[in-house]
Design a protein around this ligand. Structure first.
Ligand SMILES: [Zn+2]
Length: 286
């Protein structure tokens, strides 16, 4: 499942390949993803120029300038196309000159004026594509309730202390709460807690500010390291399918049940918390 670093890697790859470019045409599968792909998206995107790509949590936001505009609006209307990779979404970028056929589960195929093709594939269809104006963006139902960006300037021990104060849930569950911090998933929550030496079962509201300071730093560090690994995978990228966004990650505890802790060699434990697997070292994490 793509988490923030994978989404950021896809964002960078898309920006490198298509920012400043013009969209020739867009096809959609017509299938309902998490929500239906807007029916007028191909019309709106045809001829649009791509101004750039931003990321909010695990959403990619493509800023376009639509030639036709929506409905009867003025020409050159700025619009935002939101792309959500969901559980199983991936993006392929086919360079100009390659003419691969469509694959099963391709839901959005964007052909650029320079003949590059960008394809969103999603077998489980938990991802989605949405269209909005820049004005609608802050209040959009997918975006309005989102918490802070973990790599922005707001994340600190003091912020976490304040946000977790009344939380009777575990620190692990609180880290996955997208209304507090946007974009942290199961993998990096486990990794950040390990780096900070905090037991995932500890009650969020009862952790000291100094330990939450450590946690804030650990969240940044694990995400930044993973983004760097993604950047490396992008440079070394030679997969014929053109798929972007999944790379070998250096994980200390996630998925390593029974293996030795990298710090103390005690066996890593796996527990279930609110239905999700948590991996931790019972010695190093208190
Ligand atoms: Zn350990």
């Amino acid at each position: 499942m793509p988490e923030l670093p994978e989404v950021e890697t896809v964002r960078v790859a898309l920006a490198n390949a298509t920012s400043g470019g013009v969209v020739r045409s867009v096809e959609t599968s017509g299938k309902v993803m998490r929500w239906p792909i807007p029916g007028h998206l191909p019309d709106v995107m045809a001829g649009a120029s791509i101004r750039g790509y931003r990321r909010r949590g695990k959403y990619i936001l493509m800023d376009i300038e639509a030639k036709a505009g929506m409905k009867d609006r003025a020409e050159h209307q700025p619009l935002v196309v939101l792309i959500h990779l969901g559980m199983s979404g991936s993006v392929r970028i086919h360079p100009a000159g390659m003419k691969p056929g469509n694959e099963k589960h391709d839901h959005l195929i964007m052909t650029m004026a320079d003949n590059q093709r960008v394809v969103l594939n999603d077998p489980r269809r938990f991802g989605g594509v949405a269209l909005m104006t820049p004005r609608e963006e802050p209040g959009h139902k997918l975006l309005s309730a989102m918490g802070i960006e973990p790599l922005g300037n707001s994340l600190s021990g003091a912020f976490l202390k304040d946000a977790m104060q009344s939380k009777k849930t575990s620190i692990k569950a609180s880290l996955l709460d997208q209304r507090i911090i946007a974009g942290i998933g199961n993998i990096y929550a486990s990794e950040a807690l390990f780096m900070a030496g905090i037991n995932p079962r500890r009650q969020a509201g009862r952790i000291s500010t100094s330990r939450l300071d450590l946690l804030a730093g650990s969240i940044c560090k694990v995400l930044e390291e993973a983004i760097m690994a993604g950047g490396t995978s992008l440079r070394d990228h030679v997969q014929p399918g053109g798929e972007i966004g999944y790379f070998a990650q250096q994980l200390a505890v996630y998925g390593r049940e029974g293996e030795g802790c990298p710090q103390c060699s005690a066996p890593i434990r796996m527990i279930r918390q609110t239905g999700r697997a948590s991996f931790y070292c019972p010695q190093c994490q208190r």
